[in-house]
Design a protein around this ligand. Structure first.
Ligand code: C2E
Ligand code: MG
Ligand code: MG
Ligand code: MG
Length: 278
C-alpha cells in the first residue's frame, strides 16, 4: 500500500541521513587531524603564457592524503571544511605553504613566476585576513608580487562596498587578485567596473569543446575583448585539447592552464617541469 511505501521511504531517508551524518562525523574528525598530522599536500599546476609558450605562473591545489581513504579531492572536502569553519585554517595553511615553497624555489634560482592560491569566501571575509597575509609574507620572505589570490564570485554575497574595500586592502599589500571560475557564478559585470583586480580565469565550462560550439565561441571572444579593454589578464582554465587551445589562442587569451599542458603536479615534479619548459 502507499502507506507502507511511505514508511519504507521514511526509513530509507533516515538511513541515508544517518550514513551521511556518520560520514560527516568521520571526515570532521579526520579534517581536524589532517591539519595536525600534515596530511595535506599542495600540488601545483603550471600556467602557460600564450605568446612565449613558457610557464608564467602556477596554481596551488590542495590534496588530502588520507591514511585510510587515500587521496581525497578538494571538491569533496573543501565544501565540508567550509561548513565546519575549518576552511579558514586550511586556507591559511595553503597560503603559508605555497609562499614558503615558492620562496625556497626562488632562492635556488628557479623560474621567477608567481603562485596562485584559492581563497574561500569565508576566509576572504575574515576580519584578520590582512594581518594574516602580512604575517605570512613577512615570515616566509616572499615578495608580495609573487602571490596571487584567486577568489570566486561567491564573495559578493556580502555588501559590495565591503568587498571592494577588502580587495583594495589586499591590493595595497602588493598581492594580485584573480576572479576564478569566471562566468558561472554570481557574474555581474558591474563587479569588473569597481574592483582593483588583475585577472579573470575563464571557467572550464566555457573552454570545454569551445571549438565545436559557435555560441560558446561568441561569448568567450566577447569576454576576452571586454577584459582586455579593462586591462585584465585572461586565463583559460581546463584546456584539454589542441582544438580548444587553437580557438582560445585565436581569441587572444593570455594564459592557459589545463591537462593539455600538465595536470597538477607534486612539488618535486613541478620543478622537473620548470627545468624542462623554461
Ligand atoms: P579551481 O580553483 O577552479 O581549480 C581548477 C580545477 O580544475 C582543479 O581541480 C584542477 O585540477 C582542475 N583542472 C585543471 N586542468 C584541468 C583540465 O584540463 N581538465 C579538467 N577536467 N580539470 C582540470 P581540483 O584540484 O580538484 O580543485 C577543485 C577546486 O577545489 C578548485 O577549483 C578550487 O575551487 C578548490 N580548491 C583547490 N585547492 C584549494 C585550496 O587550497 N583552498 C581552497 N579554498 N579551495 C581549493
Ligand atoms: Mg582556482
Ligand atoms: Mg577555476
Ligand atoms: Mg572551481
Amino acid at each position: 500500500s502507499s502507506k507502507e511505501e511511505g514508511g519504507q521511504q521514511a526509513r530509507f531517508f533516515k538511513k541515508r541521513m544517518e550514513e551521511s551524518f556518520t560520514e560527516k562525523m568521520l571526515l570532521d574528525h579526520g579534517l581536524h587531524e589532517a591539519l595536525q598530522d600534515n596530511q595535506f599536500e599542495l600540488y601545483y599546476q603550471p600556467k602557460i603564457n600564450s605568446s612565449t609558450g613558457k610557464i608564467s605562473g602556477m596554481e596551488a591545489l590542495i590534496r588530502w592524503n588520507h591514511p585510510k581513504f587515500g587521496t581525497i579531492s578538494p571538491a569533496t572536502f573543501i565544501p565540508l571544511a567550509e561548513d565546519l569553519g575549518l576552511i579558514v585554517d586550511i586556507d591559511r595553511w595553503c597560503i603559508n605553504q605555497a609562499c614558503k615553497q615558492l620562496k625556497f624555489w626562488q632562492d635556488k634560482g628557479y623560474a621567477k613566476v608567481p603562485v596562485a592560491v584559492n581563497l574561500s569566501a569565508k576566509n576572504f571575509h575574515q576580519t584578520d585576513l590582512i594581518k594574516t597575509l602580512t604575517d605570512i609574507l613577512e615570515k616566509t620572505g616572499l615578495e608580495p608580487q609573487y602571490l596571487n589570490l584567486e577568489i570566486t564570485e561567491s564573495i559578493f554575497i556580502r555588501e559590495i562596498d565591503h568587498v571592494i574595500e577588502k580587495i583594495k586592502q589586499i591590493h595595497r599589500l602588493g598581492i594580485s587578485i584573480s576572479i576564478d571560475d569566471f562566468g558561472i557564478g554570481y557574474s555581474s559585470l558591474n563587479h569588473l567596473l569597481n574592483l582593483p583586480i588583475q585577472e579573470i580565469k575563464l571557467d572550464q565550462f566555457f573552454v570545454r569543446d569551445i571549438n565545436q560550439n559557435k555560441r560558446k565561441e561568441a561569448i568567450v571572444k566577447t569576454i576576452v575583448l571586454m577584459a582586455h579593454e579593462l586591462n585584465l589578464n585572461v586565463v583559460a582554465e581546463g584546456v584539454e585539447t589542441i582544438e580548444e587551445l587553437d580557438t582560445l589562442r585565436q581569441f587572444q587569451c593570455n594564459e592557459f592552464q589545463g591537462y593539455f599542458f600538465s595536470k597538477p603536479l607534486t612539488a618535486d615534479k613541478l620543478i622537473h617541469y620548470i627545468k624542462q619548459h623554461s
